[in-house]
Every structure is written in structure tokens, then in C-alpha cells.
Design a protein around this ligand. Structure first.
Ligand code: NAP
Length: 334
């Protein structure tokens, strides 16, 4: 089979190389998945740059956590999946439900990556696709979709119809949050560095938009409009102060990202609005199943900005890292 690989101590996606590897075989409790589509997350750029979770790859590795395809074989003892079933991967293949039990995630060198034609995974680590989605659309959900779903619905302050949500920028997590929150009957505020992307967000349903470059006090902008109940904070420490300023009384800041890792927000902002901050690390396979049920019932579609062929994987990375990326960047088997 063909697989894209990064070398040990990789420092950039330009070091991706297409290799011929032996096709893996499923052992007891495992499944073989023939992948048909993949999606990129910001994390994959960090893994390729050797900057993910404080370190580089210890050995050559297949990258990426997110893919969708068909079951091509099952190991002994697997009863609930069969050849031909359409499935998506799980970011944390061993976190099935409840509280997080492990931080071993696909595609960062500690667990197999999925940017290959075939991958073996634990049967509990794949999730049936929402039937109405294409492979490319389903491949958008394992990391960004589950993160958005967790932020909106899995915490103690779950979203209710009529609530307001603020999303930062127009990447994968933010556009999926927009789609899921609109399906839940909520009002969505969105920020971007580019007015053209804000226009796209309005086309996809965003109610209020602001350019965070030309309006650096966008927290006050949101508060003047009445504030928001939830901020899906993909910026990080560098944007959290504005996010706190945007919150209504009893709101929630879902702390997710590292796009602006530097900064030191004063948490006093939470005190003044009796708000809470909750750390999010993607989610479990049970959350992915609940997301997929909501996707199916509500006709939620991930926003795919661009699609690349499998042989063009480095071009997909370059696009995802560049200023024109919007929503999800996907890779599809030709
Ligand atoms: N904790 C978790 O479980 C978890 C899960 C998924 C992702 N994440 C993190 O969440 C972040 C987003 O991930 P992603 O995959 O959605 O990223 P992505 O698709 O690569 O998003 C990139 C977009 O982020 C926006 N952006 C960059 N700097 C920004 C800033 N200072 N303020 C607001 N927006 C900014 C830009 O939007 P514009 O071009 O519109 O300005 C850019 O296009 C990353 O830090 C990622 O590591 C964490």
C-alpha cells in the first residue's frame, strides 16, 4: 500500500515522502480500514514542524488523525462491524466514553497515523459515518467536528436554542461550530482576519461578523451587541482576554486552541460575569456517535474549502498553512 511518511525529527511538511509499505493485517479486536478521504487539522502542521506537545517525532511516522473509508477486514472477536461498512476514525481510539482515559491520539508518532491507503485500528476506535455524508465530509469530523460538538454540548453548560456562540477565525473547528450551533437554533458571531472570509461565514449562516485585525477590541464589540453565552476559543492565551470580554453572565469559554499561544489573560473577567472556562481535548468515540446522529438528523455539512488528490498531500498541507484556507482542507483518493 501507499502511505505518506514524515521522518524522525521532521521540521516541516516539505519532508513528507510517499512510500510503499506492507498492508497491515487486523489482529483480534481490530479492523482494517481502506481509507478514501482524509482531512487536515492545525495539529498536523505542528506535528510536521516538530512542535506538537512539546516535541518532534521520535521515529519515522505516518501522519494525520482524521480519515474515512470502508472496513476491508475484521479481526477475531469483532462482531459489530463488517466488510464494506463506512466508518470514520477516532482521534483518541481508546477513549470510548466517559472521562478521558488516555491521551494517545492517532498521527502524532505515538499511535498510527492514517495518511495511508490502509490502517489497522481497534474496532472500538472507529465510528460509523453519518449515512448522508461523503467520505470527504465524514473525514472532517474526527478532530474538528468532535471538538466543536464537545465544546457546545458535552459540558455542564450545554447549548440551548436561542443562545449565542462566538467563533474565532474561519478554520476547521470554527466553521464546524458554526454549522452545529446553527442547527441547534443558536445565533453565531464570527471573527476573521479577512472580510472576504466573513462574507463566506455569513453565507454559511453567521449572524454577526467582525474583522479581528481592524477591530482588535472584538470582545467589547460582542458585548455591546449583548454578549455571547459561549466562546469556542481556538486562539488560546493570546485571545482569551477578548473572549472573556465577550461573555454574558454565566457564559462559558471553551478553551481549545493554540493559534495565539502567547499572552496572559487576567481571569478576573470570568469572575465579573460568573462565567466558567472549560478545557477541551477533542472527545470520545461516544461523543463522535452523538455528533453523527445530530449531523444526520439536521443535515449538517462540514465546510470543505479545498480538496486535493492523495498524491498531492504536501500541496494540501501548504494550502492549510496558507492565508487562503477556509474551513476544512481535505485529501481524497483519486
Ligand atoms: N484542544 C483540542 O481538542 C483541539 C482540537 C482541535 C483544534 N485545536 C486547536 O484549535 C486551533 C484551531 O484548529 P483548526 O484545526 O480549526 O485550525 P485551522 O483550520 O488551521 O484554522 C486556521 C484559522 O485560524 C484562524 N486564526 C489564526 N490566528 C487567529 C487569531 N489570532 N484569532 C482568530 N483566528 C485566528 C485563521 O482564520 P482567518 O483566516 O479567518 O483569520 C485561520 O484561517 C488550533 O490551535 C488547534 O491546535 C484544539
Amino acid at each position: 500500500m501507499r502511505a505518506w511518511m514524515l521522518p524522525a525529527n521532521a521540521t516541516g511538511f516539505d519532508q513528507l515522502r510517499l512510500r510503499e509499505l506492507e498492508q497491515p493485517r487486523p489482529g483480534p479486536g481490530e479492523v482494517l480500514v481502506r481509507l478514501r478521504a482524509w482531512s487536515l487539522n492545525y495539529r498536523d502542521l505542528m506535528v510536521a514542524a516538530g512542535k506538537y506537545m512539546g516535541g518532534g517525532l521520535q521515529a519515522d511516522a505516518i501522519p494525520l488523525s482524521d480519515g474515512a473509508g470502508e472496513i476491508a477486514g475484521v479481526g477475531a472477536g469483532v462482531a459489530d462491524l463488517k466488510e464494506g461498512d463506512r466508518v470514520q476514525t477516532s482521534f483518541f481510539p481508546h477513549w470510548t466514553d466517559g472521562a478521558p482515559v488516555t491521551h494517545v491520539a492517532l498521527g502524532d508518532g505515538r499511535a498510527p497515523g492514517v495518511l495511508a491507503e490502509y490502517v489497522v485500528l481497534p474496532a472500538t476506535g472507529v465510528v460509523p459515518m453519518a449515512p448522508s455524508l461523503s467520505f470527504a465530509e465524514a473525514a472532517c469530523l474526527p478532530c474538528a467536528g468532535v471538538t466543536a460538538w464537545n465544546a457546545l454540548y458535552e459540558g455542564p453548560r450545554a447549548l440551548l436554542p436561542g443562545m449565542r456562540v462566538l467563533v474565532l477565525g474561519t478554520g476547521g473547528v470554527s466553521t464546524l461550530t458554526l454549522a452545529i450551533a446553527k442547527a441547534g437554533g443558536c445565533e453565531v458571531f464570527a471573527t476573521s482576519s479577512q472580510d472576504a472570509k466573513l462574507a463566506k461565514m455569513r453565507n454559511w449562516g453567521a449572524d454577526r461578523t467582525v474583522n479581528y485585525r481592524t477591530t482588535p477590541e472584538w470582545g467589547a464589540w460582542a458585548k455591546e451587541l449583548g454578549g455571547v453565552d459561549k466562546v469556542v476559543e481556538v486562539g488560546g492565551a493570546g485571545t482569551a482576554e477578548q473572549s472573556m470580554a465577550a461573555l454574558r453572565t454565566h457564559g462559558e469559554l471553551a478553551f481549545i486552541g493554540v493559534l495565539e499561544p502567547e499572552g496572559g489573560p487576567n481571569p478576573r473577567g470570568l469572575m465579573m460575569s460568573a462565567a466558567t472556562m472549560r478545557g477541551i481535548f477533542v472527545g470520545s468515540t461516544a461523543m463522535a456517535r452523538r455528533l453523527n446522529a445530530a449531523v444526520e438528523v439536521n443535515g449538517i455539512r462540514p465546510m470543505i474549502g479545498r480538496s486535493f488528490a492523495f498524491t498531492q498531500a504536501p500541496d494540501a498541507y501548504a494550502h492549510a498553512a496558507g492565508p487562503d484556507s477556509f474551513g476544512k482542507t481535505v485529501i481524497e483518493l483519486g
